[in-house]
Design a protein around this ligand. Structure first.
Ligand code: GLY
Length: 404
């Protein structure tokens, strides 16, 4: 009783503007309604707790919050989550906060040494512009896209992911995600060469990153002069030949998005094969939230939520929902994504209001073998979870009504 009362007080102790809530009387959507309330509470509290330019990234083993500064690859996700939170709840306070957290990232437009400027700027400034239409966001988006495009090497046919000196010309599967920023910028800034670079990167990656079963290597290192593949391996997977879960998710999302932008059937074919690999994987747990690498064989690990990667599950759900809208019969993808979203929205993964340092999801893994970010909330797990919920609401035609 005491607990319920303090939770109630916690929930009502901050002032919200009226929020939009799904108005269907359909009991099967109760999970979605409850989730929207949790999201609303957590994001408002997070925006009050953290400071623009120092965004919450994950939780350290000692219980402190790891903050993402201006050069951190994840720094765009928290502003992006606030924008998605605004779209899901209609709460204007979230939009105001989102704007502050976005504009604090202005200096990222000058970053030249990583493909991650895509994540950093498109998830923050990209959503800001899409939702508000405010031209204030365009100069940073233009500069960032030019810097990303400058990393494209036509001889190799890819963008260079990292500048680490111990590798030659490394390209990681994650890089597929940042092509979306180039496709969008090609139209927005009238740069057809960006489209060409993005599609060439995606085609080269089909050739060199994928195995016969459509799982992918995390990393391919190229000879910069000849374009020859020097090594196929991993950075975050359990072995060079393993299927690192988030890598499979990045690939699925990437090819689905490439097809949406180009209508090139090769990309759709690739996306559907990756989807099939993931959905039929014998080691996918019942709740459809994978262990951090599909090639971790220990059954005990599979049962242990501390080894699960909610971030991979969230990316998979968002990608499958997008894929479902681009094929004739997308029901199997919607159904699978719905199972993931219901799992992530259950008490096993979704934080209770006021807990989890105001992150939404528990149980993600950053880089297991580096002993970094194991069984922690992650800003990108939250971001893709919110994106997936938004896509789910659109597909299910969930109507929202204002509630004050
Ligand atoms: N892009 C880095 C990661 O997925 O961990």
């Amino acid at each position: 009783m005491k607990k319920t009362l303090s939770l109630f007080l916690a929930i009502t102790s901050i002032t919200f503007s009226s929020i939009a809530q799904p108005n269907q009387n359909d009991a099967s959507l109760n999970w979605f309604k409850k989730t929207t309330e949790v999201i609303h509470f957590q994001l408002n509290k997070a925006a009050q707790t953290y400071k623009p330019g120092k965004n919450p990234r994950s939780v350290n083993p000692d219980g402190t919050v790891r903050l993402a500064g201006l050069t951190d690859w994840t720094t765009g996700f928290f502003p992006g989550s606030l924008w998605y939170g605004y779209e899901l709840t209609g709460d204007k306070i979230l939009a105001e906060e989102a704007k502050k957290f976005t504009l604090a990232l202005d200096s990222i437009r000058n970053i030249k040494n990583t493909h991650d400027v895509g994540f950093m700027l498109y998830c923050s400034y990209g959503n800001a512009y899409r939702i508000s239409g405010d031209k204030i966001y365009l100069p940073a988006l233009a500069d960032g896209a030019a810097n990303l495009y400058a990393r494209f090497n036509p001889k190799i046919g890819t963008i260079r992911s990292w500048d680490f000196e111990w590798l030659h010309y490394p390209v990681i599967i994650d890089n597929m995600m940042n092509l979306e920023y180039l496709y969008w910028s090609a139209n927005q800034f009238n740069k057809p060469e960006y489209t060409n670079a993005a599609s060439t990167h995606a085609l080269t990656t089909i050739k060199n990153h994928f195995r016969k079963d459509y799982s992918s290597y995390h990393l391919v290192d190229y000879d910069q002069k000849t374009g020859k593949v020097l090594r196929k391996g991993t950075h975050q997977g359990v072995t060079d030949d393993s299927a690192w879960a988030r890598g499979q998710a990045w690939g699925l999302y990437g090819y689905t998005m490439c097809y949406a932008n180009t209508k090139n059937e090769k990309f759709l074919n690739q996306a559907e094969h990756i989807a099939s690999y993931i959905m039929n994987h014998p080691r996918m747990p019942k709740d459809k939230v994978p262990v951090w690498d599909f090639d971790v064989h220990n059954a005990l690990d599979t049962a242990d939520l501390a080894r699960r990667d909610a971030s991979a599950a969230a990316v998979i759900a968002s990608a499958l929902l997008d894929l479902s809208t681009q094929v004739k019969d997308g029901k199997k993808y919607v159904d699978y994504a719905e199972e993931i979203l219901k799992s992530l929205s259950s008490d096993a993964y979704l934080a209770k209001p006021g807990e989890n340092h105001f992150f939404l999801l528990k149980h993600s893994v950053g880089a297991f073998l580096y002993n970094s970010e194991i069984d922690t909330p992650l800003d990108y797990a939250d971001y893709y979870y919110l994106e997936a919920l938004k896509r789910y609401a659109a597909i299910k035609k969930i109507e929202f009504s204002q509630k004050s």
